[in-house]
Design a protein around this ligand. Structure first.
Ligand code: SAM
Length: 286
């Protein structure tokens, strides 16, 4: 039997799902968390919340939103595309006056700093159980910002385990690719813990994991994000080919550039370290 009310005085999430008619929609990547102990663990993994404004994508019925507020987040700004969830979110907002802003819309199209507004002395952190169908696109959006360090201090995000593996992968591993380089060339990325499929309603087919990403200041030798992305995309577009072939797609002779970067023309993308990619991108910048 579920308790009548949770620690925050609000109904258990399963009741919220039932009462607000939130049958999961596959098209919106909806797999809801129901256990506030688990979402509490995710919230605490995000660091000091009391000094933070949290940007949450896809709050849904609110299990993570409630945990963030219960664990002391100064404020949560939540963007949700499913209008059915807005009423459930309003119930939470009423229990935490002035601490939850709900915006209905598509997170891919949001200008987050404009949405969040004045932050004063607070740090902005992104914490989300992302919809699996747009999770990678959102991550790439946040990792490829030109201004760095970016407007957020950390990302604490749920992904399918396979995507988490790609984000933290090391060179010469199967999962190493564009996402690994983007996540690691000016940030620290760690897989924090796994979340089993049974934790969700409905359960997805695969295990999920929580990934923590913390931006670090760029070094003088960090290439421009745009050039790095072009080089990395070309290199991994044909990951089995040698770089002397795969980089031809960039429209200039790769051989002198590989040589200038001290990289063997016979090397393959997956053999290059992040530093190698940065050096190579710097040569392409010249
Ligand atoms: N945070 C809730 C939880 O942990 O139970 C729900 C997570 S569910 C995996 C993803 C949520 O993102 C859903 O509520 C879905 O409606 C919402 N969503 C899907 N696409 C979106 C988009 N482009 N922008 C904003 N929200 C989106």
């Amino acid at each position: 039997m579920t308790a009548l009310y949770s620690d925050d005085g609000l109904p258990p999430i399963r009741d919220v799902i039932r009462d607000f008619g939130l049958a999961a929609k596959k098209s919106l990547g909806q797999n809801f968390l129901t256990d506030l102990n688990l979402t509490g663990k995710i919230a605490r993994a995000a660091g000091d919340l009391s000094n933070s404004i949290i940007y949450e994508v896809g709050p849904g019925p609110g299990a993570l939103t409630r945990a963030l507020l219960m664990n002391g987040a100064h404020k949560v700004v939540a963007v949700e595309m499913d209008e059915r969830c807005i009423a459930a979110q309003q119930q939470i907002a009423a229990a935490y006056p002035g601490r939850l802003d709900i915006i209905e819309g598509d997170a891919l199209k949001m200008d987050e700093p404009a949405l969040i507004g004045e932050t004063g002395d607070k740090t902005v952190r992104i914490v989300a159980n992302l919809p699996y169908n747009v999770g990678t696109a959102l991550l790439v959006k946040w990792l490829t910002l030109e201004k760095w360090p970016p407007w957020y201090a950390s990302l604490t995000l749920m992904f399918q385990k396979e995507v988490g593996d790609r984000i933290v992968a090391a060179p010469r591993s199967k999962a190493y690719g564009r996402l690994s380089v983007l996540a690691q060339y000016r940030a620290h990325a760690r897989r924090l813990f796994d979340v089993p499929a049974r934790a969700f309603v409905p359960p997805p087919k695969v295990t999920s994991c929580i990934v923590g990403i913390t931006p670090v200041a760029e070094r003088a030798s960090t290439p421009s994000q745009k050039v790095l992305e072009k080089v990395v995309s070309a290199a991994f577009s044909q990951r089995r080919k040698m770089l002397r072939a795969s980089l031809k797609g960039l429209g200039v002779d790769p051989l002198p550039r590989l040589q200038a970067a001290g990289i063997a023309e016979t090397a393959r993308a997956e053999e290059l370290t992040i530093d190698d990619f940065c050096r190579l991108a710097r040569v392409y910048e010249m």
